[in-house]
Design a protein around this ligand. Structure first.
Ligand code: LMR
Length: 396
């Protein structure tokens, strides 16, 4: 029955996690998968999440199926987090938000929806992008192309090339954009660049599809939502998939959402109906514990401010270890311009290392990066940064 199946080569990110877990060298350092570790190298359990879980347990309560679109309180809190408390689009009923199984679940539901309702369009992703973007959209039946993004010579953005490419796309093409903390490069559009991009999206009648997996890991919760809010203010119709995996450190709970910001309440109703149907055909309805967690943390003033404080600490720690790596590596390799380590933002830096150099780091130094050269700064600590700098200095 299954002899003809081709073997799965493995996921480039999860395969490295498996290899890291099997590695018995005590000094190993995991800078591969996008997971935030604390200064002790542990996966943190945020106090706001512990307190929310205590309250959820104390409330007791049964665990019925959620509706296909998820929990209403959770969805309302997500819309406010994305757009800001008082955004008119929310009051006008133009936002269709569904709770999803992580933001991956949201991206996939959105991809299936778009394949049904914009079937002749193609998807455009940044070069490079998170590997799974391409797989997800291709899996939904789309042709996926890339627009220029990362500039390997400067470690920055090819913004003019990106704009020129998008200006040439057919109307209603779907353009996947990273709202902040670009994965894998850490290179983001500045607000002034979003302000130049948005008129192009509008003139070309393109459909922006934002991936917002790291809200709060860049400059702050509101600052990192700049793209979402600027697109909403421009009146464009767009999608945004967002995640709490990293920002609340609840990876395995699969807390995410998909929102469609539409031109009218009638359109939002239509979209919501078809998103519900799409969910029903894939996983029926999302997880109740995820909904309760997000609703408690975002909806309760005390838990919300606790979360904002804890998120700020994670953000600050990532800035500090970036600076520490930059300082150590600059001292060891004064011949290299390493400014990109400081200018790139969020969890990732794109080192420019080749796959062979990354292999040497892993094999000779037990330092794990993704083979694209992506380094997860959130795996650095003041305790391991010296070793990592020395290892990097030897392979670059
Ligand atoms: C990553 O890019 O490492 C994370 O988003 C985890 C994942 O699912 O790939």
């Amino acid at each position: 029955m299954f002899e003809h199946i081709t073997p799965y080569a493995g996921d480039p990110i999860f395969a490295l996690v498996d290899a890291f877990n099997r590695d018995s060298r005590p000094h190993k350092v995991n800078l591969s998968i996008g997971i935030y570790f604390d200064e002790q190298g542990r996966l943190p359990v945020l106090r706001c999440v512990q307190e929310a879980e205590r309250r959820i347990l104390a409330e007791g309560g049964a665990k019925p199926y959620l509706p296909m679109e998820g929990d209403a309180t959770c969805r309302a809190e997500v819309a406010k987090l994305l757009l800001g408390e008082q955004h008119p689009a929310i009051g006008q009923g133009r936002v269709a938000t569904i709770q999803t199984v992580g933001s991956s679940g949201g991206l996939k539901v959105g991809a299936d929806f778009l394949r049904t309702w914009l079937p002749d369009r193609a998807v455009w992703v940044s070069d490079p992008t998170w590997d799974n973007h391409r797989s997800m959209f291709e899996g939904s039946g789309f042709a996926v192309h890339s627009y220029p993004y990362y500039d390997a010579t400067t470690g920055g953005l090819r913004f003019e090339d990106m704009l020129a490419c998008l200006k040439g796309l057919p109307p209603r093409s779907i353009v996947l954009l990273h709202a902040c903390c670009h994965n894998p490069t850490g290179v983001d559009l500045a607000p002034v660049q979003w302000d130049r991009l948005i008129p192009v999206l509008r003139e070309r009648e393109l459909l922006p599809y934002l991936d917002l997996a790291y809200q709060g890991f860049g400059d702050g919760i509101d600052e990192d939502a700049y793209a979402v809010r600027a697109l909403a203010a421009s009146g464009l119709t767009f999608f945004v998939a967002n995640s709490f995996s990293k920002s609340m450190s609840v990876y395995g709970e699969r807390c995410g959402a998909l929102s469609a910001i539409c031109a009218s309440p009638a359109e939002a109703d239509l979209v919501m109906g078809q998103l519900r149907y799409t969910v029903r055909r894939i996983y029926s309805s999302p997880a109740i514990h995820a909904a309760r967690l997000v609703a408690h943390v975002l909806g309760d003033a005390d838990l919300r401010s606790m979360w904002e404080g804890e998120l700020a600490q994670m953000r600050q720690r990532m800035v500090e270890v970036r600076q520490a790596l930059h300082a150590r590596l600059s001292a060891l390799r004064p011949d290299r311009d390493l400014g990109f380590l400081l200018s790139q933002r969020g969890m990732f830096s794109y080192t420019g290392l080749s796959a062979e150099q990354v292999d040497r780091l892993r094999e000779e130094h037990a330092v794990y990066l993704i083979r694209s050269g992506r380094l997860c700064v959130a795996g650095l600590t003041q305790g391991n940064v010296d070793r990592v700098a020395q290892a990097l200095a030897q392979v670059v």
